[in-house]
Design a protein around this ligand. Structure first.
Ligand code: TYM
Length: 332
């Protein structure tokens, strides 16, 4: 079976709708067709200033949410990045193949560093995409389900794999980004031209999976819509309504065209009210499952330890091969 790897940062207490529709939904589905490796990337989470206590809590919360969403730790390998030291080890080798200018062209780095202010930008933030490449290449993944914002990091990963292979001999698999068509970029409810993100100026446009559904319903009701009255999918001219339609379509598993037909002649208020209901029906049982996983942190830690053990078997083999290829003497 082909292999899939993806990762998510434990940088918030809850994942948001963008994470779910852009990536996590595909993670769950791809368990059916792929050997899956899913990684909670805590090393990436410290590239911006963080609080150790919050990181520990969020790492467990990430695991609980992934399990609650349907990641099955028997079928898939679910693990924490820092439990597998090979990620940092391969990262070093790849850093030595990455051009300084090449890393400097990463738009996420440019955006994040502009937000941080020059004084606080770390070298870790700069090399972040190289660590991401190591995550992927260690498992020789064929496919990487992510949102649109990760496309450039996937291109870099392929470039580094190719560069390593041509310089030292075929070692890595060139991975393909697996980016969903409709939900590749979920937009902020208050600013439908910006992607939904936890770093937005206001939380009013951000729907967290673990928010009280009444709070989320209110955010949906006050979502920015567009001029005109028609409920139709036109991302260029009606970005607000189109975003709501895409979210609705994905959560209710109904094509956008069906929704357009159902809402012909109805108002934005009707659409919002129904979407709030669909969302509530999705998050209510999800939140119950998350709570029950969080009630037993020892069991969660056990699941993650088991995942790390299985991940290491694969990662250590790839790392050993890469070390050998670059000419490191193997310890006698
Ligand atoms: P992170 O933790 O920021 O986001 C996790 C996933 O959610 C997707 N996403 C979105 N998709 C659609 N619309 C949005 N508004 C939206 N916001 C976030 C992201 O594209 C991502 O797929 N660099 C990665 C983490 C990472 C990784 C990896 C991913 C580290 N190593 C290896 C894949 C493979 C990141 O920042 O994810």
């Amino acid at each position: 079976r082909p292999r899939v790897l993806s990762g998510i940062q434990p940088t918030a207490d809850s994942f948001h709708l963008g994470n779910y529709l852009g990536a996590l939904r595909q993670w769950v589905a791809m368990q059916e067709t792929h050997d899956a490796f899913y990684c909670i990337v805590d090393l990436h989470a410290i590239t911006i200033e963080h609080d150790p206590k919050a990181l520990r809590r969020r790492t467990r919360a990430a695991a609980a949410q992934l399990l609650a969403l349907g990641i099955d730790p028997e079928r898939s390998i679910l693990f924490v990045q820092s439990h597998v030291p090979e990620h940092a080890q391969l990262c070093w080798v790849l850093e030595c193949l990455t051009g300084f200018g090449e890393a400097g062209r990463m738009t996420q780095f440019k955006d994040k560093s502009a937000r941080q202010g020059a004084e606080r930008v770390t070298v870790g933030l700069f090399t972040y995409p190289v660590l991401q490449a190591a995550d992927i290449l260690l498992y020789r993944a064929d496919a990487v389900p992510v949102g649109e914002d990760q496309r450039q990091h996937l291109e870099l990963t392929r470039d580094l794999a190719q560069r390593f292979n041509s310089r030292f001999g075929k070692t890595f698999v060139l991975p393909e980004a697996y980016i969903p068509k409709e939900t590749a970029k979920v937009y902020d409810l208050q600013d439908p031209n910006a992607k939904m993100s936890k770093s937005a100026a206001t939380p009013a446009g951000l729907v967290d999976l673990l928010d009280d559904p009444r709070v989320s319903a209110k955010k949906i009701r006050s979502a920015v819509t567009d001029t005109g009255r028609e409920i139709s999918y036109h991302p260029e001219t009606k970005p607000g309504v189109s975003n709501l339609l895409v979210i609705y379509s994905a959560l209710a598993d109904r094509p956008v065209a069906d929704l357009e037909r159902d809402y012909a002649g109805k108002g934005y208020g009707d659409l919002k009210k129904d979407l709030a209901e669909v969302l509530t029906d999705f998050v209510t049982p999800l939140q119950q499952r998350v709570r029950s996983y969080l009630d037993d942190p020892a069991e969660l830690d056990k699941v993650l330890a088991h995942g790390a053990e299985r991940a290491r078997e694969v990662a250590s083999r790839t790392l050993a091969r890469a070390y050998d290829r670059v000419g490191f003497l193997s310890p006698a």
